[in-house]
Design a protein around this ligand. Structure first.
Ligand SMILES: [Zn+2]
Length: 111
């Protein structure tokens, strides 16, 4: 299985790259770039899975008051996800981030 590779010739494909998560050497052909990091296929799968388990939604306080944002974040989350936190987005004074986790995973963690 080959994921996430652009066009590489055989030589480049066979060159070794280091997975930035587990540190193992893998052929470029069987590596992937995910969110700017080089990953082996195992870690690629894990990262993609983790990524899907969390969803971020942003709200702008310049468009609606914070109290409304908290309300909306709680009531209008994505289907099947549980709200974990609402926090100020990094480097912003008016954008809020709502973080959601897949409900089945959330429940697994808390039981
Ligand atoms: Zn790895």
């Amino acid at each position: 299985m080959v994921i996430g590779v652009g066009r590489v010739c055989m030589n480049c494909g066979m060159a070794k790259v280091r997975c930035e998560v587990c540190g193992s050497d893998v052929k470029r052909l069987t590596s992937s770039k995910f969110q700017g990091r080089i990953l082996c296929l195992n870690d690629h799968m894990k990262e993609v899975e983790k990524y899907k388990q969390h969803i971020l939604k942003t709200f702008d306080e310049e468009l609606e008051p914070a109290s409304l944002i908290f309300d909306k974040a709680r009531k209008e989350g994505p289907e099947g996800y549980t709200l974990l936190a609402v926090r100020r987005a990094r480097n912003s004074t008016h954008v809020w981030e709502a973080e959601y986790e897949k409900t089945e995973i959330f429940l697994m963690r808390c039981s």
